[in-house]
Design a protein. Structure first.
Length: 89
């Protein structure tokens, strides 16, 4: 997934706390902040197990769904997230 670099100003004590938590969780600061923002924006989705299998009925739908318009993506943040993460083949 494409990422866009940005600058965020944080209080030094907040950044220090974020760094400690990220280090404790064996994560990057960027990963920690991105996950926190996704949760705050309501875009957190459960992780699927590695052995997750899609049913044959769902696979049969493969080419029946047209690519969404930009307006559709703009109007539904969760759909846009899923499309960007999983929908582009």
């Amino acid at each position: 997934m494409e990422r866009v670099q940005t600058i965020v100003r944080l209080r030094p004590e907040l950044l220090a706390r974020v760094k400690r938590i990220a280090r404790r969780e064996n994560r990057s600061v960027n990963s920690f902040i991105e996950d926190a923002l996704e949760k705050a924006a309501g875009l957190e989705f459960p992780k699927l197990p590695r052995d997750f299998k899609v049913s044959e009925e769902i696979l049969a739908l493969g080419g029946t769904i047209a690519e969404p318009t930009q307006e559709m993506l703009d109007n539904d943040a969760k759909f846009a997230y899923l499309w960007n993460k999983y929908g582009r083949g």
